[in-house]
Each structure stands twice: as structure tokens, then as C-alpha cells.
Design a binder for this molecule. Structure first.
Ligand code: ZN
Length: 244
């Protein structure tokens, strides 16, 4: 629980900083105490109380206006967030991920790209480069499901859904010529489907599938819950593709 509390401490701090609140340290302590009380009064876990306190604050119009104007160029997900990286790519964002990457290496590469770090490790948020906002980073509660993690990131940055990217590597998908790919397409699929896409980076082949339908539905839900733009939802639906 100590780590979750630490993580929220960093989130509260970042939120107050973005809204240019004064006396931030005091504000953070006040919010933590508020969550403690909420947990006790309502008999809910401290993790849930911290989430509720954060959501409540972030949902206030004043804090919503303080949202970053531009979406990050790309994200760098920590070693434990491979699933989230795949979903971010499906939502059209570049999301880097490498299993077993060491913290130092992750920070070095995030700075080099540059990329916004997404992590469930509250210790990472303590690093000087992160604390000083030289490398932008967002801590995600490790207790969340992938869908909830995605919803949180979408809300945090006001992301709108874009053309899907390759879920395996993040490369751009380009429409491909069916005949030229005949040997790579399973005969059954070939017989009824005409639209195919190739990843411009790893050359993986994609087409409409039930898996994609599920992902698309889920992304659509996240977008509408978090006020994503109707326009981008339309783009995502009409391009409907990928994932075998
Ligand atoms: Zn790819």
C-alpha cells in the first residue's frame, strides 16, 4: 500500500502543478488525509479512496482546463505495461515497450525520443529527471485493468482516437493489395474479405476480425466515457480493421 500511496502522492503533485496551484506540498498532504478519512468513513480500501479523491479533483472544471493542450508525441510504457502499449497503438498512438527494461535504460530512451513515460512503479516517479519534469511521466495504479489504464491515459491527456497502428510494433498500417498477398492470407478469409492492411514497419498482415471488433468497441466506449471527439470515433470505425 505504501507504493500505491506514493504513486498517488506523485499524481496529486502533478495535477496541482499543472493547475499552477500554490503551496502544493500542503495541498498534496491535505488530499492524502482526505483519502484516509474517506477510506475510514466509507469502509473502502485506501486504494479505492485515493482513486476516488483523485478522480473527483481531476474532474473539476478548473483542473480539466489545466489539461495539457497537445497529446504526447509518443509514450514509453514500463516493463509491466505491455498490454497497455498494444491498446494505445490500437488507439493510434506510438507506444514503445520493451520487456525487462531497466529503469535507467527506460528513462534514457524516453528522454532521447522524447516520450512520455507510463509506469506503475512509484519509485520511478521519485527519480530526479521525473520529479523535475525533464522527462514527463504518469503513474498508473497497478490495480487497474488494461481498459481502465487506457481510460485513465485517454482522460489524462484528452486523447482522441486516431487511425489504428500495428498492435505488435506500433508501425503505420497501409492498405494492401489483396492479390499480391494471396499466399499469406488463409484461404477461408481470402474467400470473403477484400480489405487487408500491412504494417509499414514489421510487415505484419492485418484484416477485420472478431478480435478487432472487440477492441474497437472497447475503445469506442472509453472515448465516449471520457468525452473523446466524435470525429475521431468516426475515423476509427470507418477504418475498422486490423488484428487477427
Ligand atoms: Zn508492426
Amino acid at each position: 500500500m505504501g507504493r500505491i500511496r506514493k504513486g498517488y502522492e506523485a499524481r496529486f503533485h502533478a495535477l496541482l502543478q499543472r493547475a499552477q496551484a500554490r503551496r502544493r506540498e500542503q495541498g498534496v498532504q491535505w488530499l492524502l488525509a482526505k483519502a484516509d478519512r474517506l477510506s475510514e468513513d466509507k469502509g473502502i480500501s485506501l486504494a479505492d479512496a485515493l482513486t476516488a479523491t483523485y478522480e473527483n479533483l481531476a474532474g473539476q472544471p478548473y483542473f480539466q482546463r489545466a489539461r495539457p493542450v497537445a497529446a504526447p508525441e509518443r509514450f514509453f510504457c514500463d516493463a509491466g505495461l505491455g498490454g497497455l502499449a498494444r491498446w494505445l497503438r490500437a488507439a493510434g498512438y506510438e507506444a514503445l515497450w520493451q520487456p525487462d527494461i531497466a529503469d535507467d535504460e527506460l528513462l534514457r530512451r524516453a528522454r532521447e525520443h522524447p516520450a512520455t513515460v507510463l509506469t506503475t512503479d512509484s519509485m520511478l516517479m521519485e527519480r530526479r529527471l521525473v520529479r523535475d519534469r525533464i522527462i514527463p511521466a504518469v503513474w498508473l495504479p497497478p490495480t487497474l485493468s488494461i481498459a481502465d489504464q487506457l481510460a485513465l491515459v485517454v482522460r489524462e491527456f484528452g486523447l482522441s482516437l486516431r487511425e489504428p497502428r500495428c498492435m505488435a510494433c506500433g508501425g503505420e498500417l497501409v492498405r494492401a493489395d489483396k492479390e499480391a498477398l494471396r499466399e499469406r492470407i488463409p484461404p477461408k478469409t481470402y474467400s470473403w474479405l477484400d480489405e487487408y492492411f500491412l504494417c509499414s514497419r514489421c510487415d505484419r498482415l492485418f484484416w477485420h476480425g472478431t478480435h478487432w471488433q472487440r477492441i474497437r468497441d472497447q475503445l469506442g466506449r472509453v472515448a465516449s466515457e471520457t468525452g473523446g471527439h466524435a470525429e475521431s470515433r468516426r475515423i476509427l470505425s470507418s477504418s475498422g480493421s486490423i488484428a487477427k
